[in-house]
Write a protein that binds this ligand. Sequence first.
Ligand code: ZN
Ligand code: ZN
Length: 401
Amino acid sequence: MPTNTPTLQEKFVPPSLDLPWEQDIIALRRDFHTHPELGYEEVRTAGIVAERLRALGLEVRTGVADTGVIGLLRGGKSGPTILVRADMDALPVAEANAWEWKSSTHGKMHACGHDAHMATALTVARLLAQEKEDLAGTIKFMFQPAEEGLGGAKRMIEEGLLDDPRPDYALALHVWSDVEVGKVALKTGPVMACADAFTARIVGKGGHGAIPQQTIDPVVIASQIVLALQTTISRSIDPLQPAVVTVGKVWAGSAFNVIPGEAHLEGTVRSFDEGIRTLLERRCREIVEELPKAFGAKGEFHYERGYPATVNNPQVTEMVQRAIVNELGEDSVIEFTPTMGAEDMSLVLQQVPGCYFFVGGRNPVIDAVYPHHHPQFNIDEKALGIGVRAMIAAVKECLKQ
Ligand SMILES: [Zn+2]
Ligand SMILES: [Zn+2]
């Protein structure tokens, strides 16, 4: 039976923003979406970014941290330097959407929205370049590789990102699946967590599963460690402070009736505060190294610090918020609920006062409801135009300072 119910594809019409660049930004985002590239492999992506920035008359530096691109837009008048950042990498996720513009590479997908960030930043560059002569200051565009865990921002900083000219303010946005399209969410202070990783090895003594008295069973000890690690959150830190310890990987043994010689754990530790971060590292170490001793076993612990917490500067956030309210209206701006996810823009924000804000992409009507990194992740593309307007308003406000 034919029905009049539109398919999801039909419902997904490009938004009309009545802006001259709207079709271009959508085409750009969809092109990036169709051609996802993983961290440090963004060769095609960076090529398009560099070519576009050059065509706009920006000074372009390529090959920063392998595939990163820096574009400098020097305004006609003197003023501060504002860094605007977009990330370029996709994820090793097999896309489960059926859009015409879905990933053409199986097993790779822009499942976090970095395609939208690039399209937005390139459009911001395009619109600001049109009024270059009137701009009082410099805009430094940072297109970074490898945000998803591989540390692209750190390498770009090591390769001179923040030098000559040194940014006075830093801005970035992320499309956000938990925020309704049409809204922009901001918050001063920490918005994303630090993300650390640990491994633990418990060395006991293996033997026959039926003769435990001749062994030191590392599986039983590892099980107690998993539970004891949770007490770091419930007993060692202030209950009003957010933090999480997750053991995501447990492995030991090779047969059901053999007590193995070792057991291994791997996990992640996240919080918003450096003091809590240090405390959790110490408590996890004590548990893994000391608890096995009570059983005659040995515990080895290795802790690796990942991205720090992403912390928004209060003055800059207030400025940006004011600018976005002026541009989009009071109703469009909401307070962001911090997330335990992590982000390496945090490293830039440790050195340059700035604001990292979130542009709503959620719309149940077109099924844009899946979380970031999900195989069906998608955004309402109205977020692109809203992101451009919000970012330009923020840049102009910073230029006034
Ligand atoms: Zn992500
Ligand atoms: Zn992301």
